[in-house]
Design a protein around this ligand. Structure first.
Ligand SMILES: Nc1ncnc2c1ncn2[C@@H]1O[C@H](COP(=O)(O)OP(=O)(O)OP(=O)(O)O)[C@@H](O)[C@H]1O
Ligand SMILES: [Mg+2]
Length: 454
């Protein structure tokens, strides 16, 4: 890919689509320049540390690598690279049909996937090939929003079910991709390992019907579809959302459905308010944009996160409880067996002038699965401590909490998870050996933390 690639970024932040600026990808770096009009509007930029209030008319640049081949903020607009990702499958099929050959793995294909699916996703930025494509897309997505139309709901629903059975359950059934597109619109990219769609629906429907995102009088949701290799995952995730809610964390409304062999968890989106997008950026993206040597979650230690927020606090108006909230989430992850609290599972909502932690999402206790049985996806070094329980106590100090505050946070987390083991054992769809493994793990973590105060 010797030539420069061009794209544009637009946003509907104000309620009306407007262009933010121009993006250029070369072999060495990616760069972005705001339009004069967008700068004059003083609206939030495309990412926190690339905001117009910091860069002005200067071009924002980032040195690309194989691991991060675009601005870190744009990574979530590329469909996740795993075989179950519905969007990647769909867009690769389209590329294959267009070119008549297998899309080669690498930067060129990733860029094409970004341009095809980089709009209408999570957060406030929409990426397109050019301004004409942007205008057309907004026009057609407004049409479906206005019309509140769902073509032939019955037949398209059965087509959608067939698509999911084929792509998630590996059943040998055919479906019509055209009908799916007509029903749900071109499907925007969404990250993560579990197959998911961005759709809207009516909460409380006993049998869910899904509509394009943004449909009037419906709720926008992230719809997760459980793959057979993770039987019971969505029940565990729903339980963990519930436990966090009971403990006073901010948790989006969610709905669990089972239908015709398919299992769904629909989580209401917090990156939309009254149909308008809210800026949302993962901690991964914020750190990688600020530190060009940072390339993956493993490049930072848990006890360095407090310092990251201190630094961020110098340019952004951060909610004052952010550090304590994050420490409390880390304790909950430890005590529920969620070793998968990586830097894409923590995000910030808002712009530089008002920024806070996003509500809880993806709290699934992945340690139930032996191959995901990792204490913490963000690494730490407990070698200087008697045990890792002692490390997690000390960790609270690195988030700026006084000893008393740390003690409170730990007692609260122990209390909030006191019924967890019992409730895990009630989840019949989770294979019994996984329930046993999870229970054993969390009981050990409980004992370790309790021991610190005896
Ligand atoms: N309720 C929500 N509102 C807005 N965005 C959300 C919501 N839930 C998830 N997201 C976004 O979608 C992405 C994928 O969701 P999630 O992390 O739940 O999926 P996953 O497949 O379980 O991820 P992982 O690969 O971490 O296991 C998140 O990183 C986040 O950006
Ligand atoms: Mg996730």
């Amino acid at each position: 890919m010797a030539r420069n690639q061009h794209a544009v970024i637009w946003t509907r932040l104000s309620g009306t689509p407007e262009k933010m600026g121009n993006l250029v990808l070369s072999t060495q770096q990616v760069s972005f320049t705001y339009t004069q009009e967008y700068l004059a509007s003083s609206r939030t930029g495309f990412c926190l540390l690339g905001d117009g209030s910091i860069w002005g008319a200067d071009t924002v640049t980032y040195p690309i690598s194989e691991r991060i081949p675009v601005f870190p903020r744009l990574l979530t607009l590329i469909p996740g690279n795993n075989p179950r990702n519905l969007q990647r499958r769909h867009y690769l099929d389209m590329l294959r049909a267009k070119s008549g050959k297998e899309p080669p793995p690498g930067l060129e294909t990733e860029w094409q996937l970004l341009v095809m699916g980089g709009h209408g996703g999570i957060g406030h930025i929409d990426l397109f090939m050019d301004d004409i494509t942007a205008r057309q897309w907004y026009r057609s997505s407004t049409d479906s929003y206005e019309a509140d139309s769902v073509v032939e709901i019955k037949s398209s629903r059965s087509q959608l079910w067939r698509m999911l059975k084929r792509n998630v359950l590996d059943e040998n059934v055919d479906f019509d991709p055209q009908l799916i597109e007509e029903t749900l619109g071109p499907t925007p990219s969404v990250g993560g390992m579990i197959p998911k769609l961005l759709v809207s629906m009516t909460p409380g429907d006993s049998k869910p019907n899904f509509h394009p995102p943004g449909t009037r009088h419906k709720r926008d949701v992230v719809l997760k579809i459980e793959p057979p290799e993770y039987a019971g995952l969505l029940d565990l995730e729903a339980l963990c959302l519930e436990i966090h809610r009971e403990a006073g964390f901010e948790v989006p409304a969610y709905h669990r459905y089972d239908d015709d062999g398919l299992h769904f968890l629909a989580v209401e989106r917090f990156d939309r308010v009254d149909g308008k997008p809210v800026p949302m950026e993962s901690l991964f993206s914020v750190i990688a944009t600020g530190n060009h040597h940072f390339r993956e979650t493993g490049d930072i230690l848990l006890d360095e996160l407090g310092g990251i927020f201190e630094q961020l606090g110098q340019v952004a108006r951060l909610d004052k409880n952010t550090q304590e909230q994050l420490y409390r989430r880390i304790l909950m992850a430890l005590l529920t067996g969620n070793g998968d609290l990586h830097l894409d599972n923590i995000a910030l909502l808002g712009g530089l002038d008002e920024c806070r932690l996003a509500p809880i999402y993806d709290p699934a206790p992945m340690r139930a699965w032996p191959r995901h049985n990792l204490l913490s996806a963000i690494p730490f070094d407990p070698s200087a401590y008697a045990d890792h329980g002692a490390f997690f106590v000390e960790l609270g100090r690195s988030f700026g909490l006084p000893a008393e505050g740390v003690h409170h946070a730990i007692l609260d987390a122990l209390d909030a998870t006191s019924s967890y083991v019992e409730r895990v054992m009630e989840l019949q769809r989770v294979p019994i050996q996984l329930r046993n493994q999870l229970v054993k793990i969390v009981q050990q973590e409980h004992l370790l933390l309790e021991k610190q105060f005896q």
